[in-house]
Ligand binder design. Structure first.
Ligand code: FAD
Length: 310
């Protein structure tokens, strides 16, 4: 199917509730590397469910200090080998020398992986960030280092509600600009729940001379207390309205899923109204919520979940 007919199919599929969406939406999905065979089976089911939505890419996270190095590589390499969806491998600088990181990057290139999500990472146990003595000091240096190794397509992280290590909005933006100047092709944001904070951030980034795409990271929430722990670590605000929407649903998991999909789809609709066309979903290795939200946004399967042609 060519791009025009793909857009046409999605336009025709848009529900009346979201009838103002033009059907030109692109999605990407983030997974974490599985620890057990059971988790691997679940991840692969999730991938095969989302694959027919023709994501722009799928990415696989990297654990602190390279703790998931082999699992991240195995997952990304399998996606590259067995599907037509472009995979992106996350890579962090924490507790590794430049040589070690460069070796990981070369192994990705050799496995046909062209897209890296280049990150500084965090110290284990939440300690203040300390660069490895022979390592890349931050994501800016990592991006520059990767560009010397090969012509990687590089995504970096961005923070609509400001990174906790940053002194102010402006220095966070300066940092993002320097990552772009070092060779990054796009930014993917930390999750957030106020569409206006993303739109403000995107506009401030444009005013700061950042013209690469900034893709909002969407976390469908079905458990507020779990999300609060993650939000506290990365400085994301959980609005009072969201807490109250989940109030009283502790014993109603199915209702929580429905509320979650509604909140996330509404947020995407508002972002769409603000001009956003690409969305990155934090799937937590579960397909249903991301699939439902994409469906509400008018996305429909466009290819069978077939094995990659030999
Ligand atoms: P950097 O951009 O290097 O810096 C982080 C912040 O520190 C900057 O925003 C800046 O404000 C501040 N800062 C840095 N240097 C200076 C300075 N000299 N002066 C002032 N301020 C400064 N973590 C993982 O461990 N594995 C993953 O797979 C992973 N995937 C992620 C994917 C996305 C899309 C996002 C948004 C985050 C991800 N993270 C992951 C989390 C990330 O590693 C942390 O947020 C980490 O704290 C910062 O990484 P960074 O690449 O943004 O760092």
């Amino acid at each position: 199917m060519n791009l025009n007919s793909l857009a046409e199919a999605r336009r025709a599929a848009a529900s009346p509730l979201f009838a103002d969406l033009a059907g030109d939406i692109g999605a990407s999905f983030e997974f974490f590397p599985p620890k057990t065979e059971k988790m691997e089976a679940q991840l692969w089911d999730t991938f095969r469910t989302l694959e027919p939505l023709a994501p722009r890419f799928v990415s696989v996270t990297y654990g602190a200090g390279g703790s998931t190095r082999e699992r991240t590589h195995a997952t990304v390499a399998r996606i590259a080998a067995e599907s037509n969806v472009p995979p992106a491998a996350h890579l962090t600088c924490v507790e590794a020398s430049r040589g070690e990181i460069d070796d990981v990057a070369r192994a990705y290139w050799d496995a046909g992986v062209r897209h890296i999500v280049a990150l500084r990472g965090d110290m284990p146990g939440g300690a203040p960030y300390q660069p490895h003595p022979d390592g890349y000091a931050n994501a800016i240096e990592l991006v520059a280092g990767l560009k010397k190794i090969a012509a990687f397509d590089i995504s970096v992280a961005a923070y609509p509600e400001v990174h906790p290590d940053s002194d102010c909005v402006q220095s966070d933006l300066d940092n993002l600009k320097r990552k772009m100047d070092a060779g990054a092709n796009r930014a993917i944001t930390q999750f957030f729940f106020a569409p206006e904070s993303f739109l403000r951030f995107r506009d401030a980034a444009a005013a700061a001379g950042i013209d690469a795409p900034i893709i909002p990271g969407i976390l469908p929430v079905s458990n507020v207390s779990q999300t609060r722990r993650m939000a506290d670590m990365c400085g994301t605000v959980i609005p009072a309205w969201m807490v109250s929407l989940f109030d009283g649903l502790d014993d109603h998991p199915a209702a929580r899923q429905l509320v979650s999909a509604t909140i996330a789809a509404e947020m995407c609709r508002r972002l769409y109204a603000g001009g956003v066309r690409d969305f990155h979903f934090y799937t937590l290795n579960r397909a249903e919520l991301s699939y439902a939200i994409c469906h509400l946004l008018g996305m429909r399967p466009v290819q069978p979940a077939a094995e990659k042609a030999a």
